[in-house]
Design a protein around this ligand. Structure first.
Ligand code: PMP
Length: 343
């Protein structure tokens, strides 16, 4: 398949001469470094590797994906924002999302002054292909965002392959919650779909939300543009070290153990929620959170706060729905106890 990524990229980005940092110009690790206006004293005095090569090498080995197909961002929120900057001309191009979904696609669209087409998911929170089809030929539609498992609904999205096969623009699949899901990641499809971006994050299953590291897997052509537009040193050395440590075998095992515990806790949380009269519906979830419908979400949300339990009130997005993150066994017990006292 011939790749025409360049036809999708904004002209100014195509022509952009990227910033060339001191570490771009001299890559060796050894030497007397008098090239970056750094301070010679201290332990945190040097700029970090701008391309986070050690982390990418580990991710590459872990997932059998070449390092050239990996980009790391300051959280996956940066991965989302840079997609707008690379592909979307302000006040001209459009992106498409399926709602309800993660709020940052819309915020990034607004920041970048890009029109957002928002199609409702159907009552099972799935994409209605018939509604989508007329939009697939819009030449100003640059990116379709698909969040799977979806936030805040928790379910995996079906028919993604149809969109990959029938849309000529960028398909951005946000897999922030994929490590909790039985579904296979689309990152293994980047070879087949040169316009696919799969974003993942260290913030959820990896338990590293405070470190702010997100991942994009995509064709080398797309990754090159990501590297062209990113801030020169977008991930600090301390954060790179923390992620590298997490990627040690021993720590990976701990991450897997924690995922197992969270999934067992989710099962038991659902069993307990089912017994409560105030819970009207529990939506299926492939993530580390559960969306429930209640009679009066605002009321229950406030009462839980009085019990010192904070969940997410999604009433403004999906009527009378609350989103509950699966916590530790003790936290979940406290949640159920508090809900019983409201019941
Ligand atoms: N995508 C989704 C679907 C999310 O829910 C979140 C965070 N809540 C993000 C991306 C952003 O994650 P990060 O911490 O990697 O910026």
């Amino acid at each position: 398949m011939t790749i025409d990524i360049k036809n999708l990229v904004r002209k100014n980005i195509l022509n952009l001469k990227p910033y060339s940092s001191a570490r771009d110009e001299f890559k060796d690790e050894n030497g007397i470094f008098l090239d970056a206006n750094e301070n010679p004293f201290g332990e945190l005095n040097r700029y970090p590797d701008p391309y986070q090569r050690k982390i990418k090498k580990k991710l590459s080995e872990l997932n059998q994906i070449p390092t050239e197909n990996i980009f790391l961002g300051n959280g996956s929120d940066e991965v989302i924002d840079l997609a707008f900057r690379i592909f979307c001309e302000s006040k001209k191009d459009k992106v498409l999302t399926f709602s309800p979904t993660y709020g940052m696609y819309e915020v990034s669209a607004n920041i970048n002054e890009v029109e957002l087409i928002n199609l409702d998911l159907n009552e099972d929170f799935q994409i209605d292909l018939e509604t989508l089809k007329p939009y697939l030929n819009d030449e100003n539609l640059k990116i379709i965002f698909i969040c799977s498992p979806n936030n805040p609904t928790g379910n995996s999205i079906q028919n993604i392959k149809y969109i990959l096969d029938n849309f000529d623009g960028i398909v951005f699949i946000d897999e922030a919650y994929i490590d909790f899901s039985p579904e296979e990641s689309f990152r293994n499809q980047i070879e087949n779909y040169p316009k696919l971006i799969v974003s993942q994050t260290f913030s959820k299953a990896w338990g590293m939300a405070s470190v702010r590291v997100g991942i994009a897997y995509a064709s080398q052509e797309i990754i090159k543009f990501y590297n062209k537009v990113k801030p020169p040193y977008n991930i600090s050395q301390m954060n790179q070290n923390t992620i590298l440590n997490t990627l040690d075998n021993e720590n990976i095992n701990q991450v897997s153990e924690n995922i197992k515990i969270i999934l067992e806790e989710k099962k038991s949380l659902i069993e307990n929620l089912e017994k409560l009269d105030l819970v009207k519906k529990i939506y299926p979830s492939d993530a580390n959170f559960i969306l429930i419908e209640v009679d009066n979400a605002d009321n229950i949300y406030q009462k839980l706060i009085q019990e010192n339990v904070i969940i997410r009130n999604r009433n403004s997005v999906i009527k009378n729905c609350l989103r509950i993150t699966v916590g530790s066994p003790e936290e979940n017990k406290k949640l159920i106890k508090s809900l019983k006292s409201i019941n």
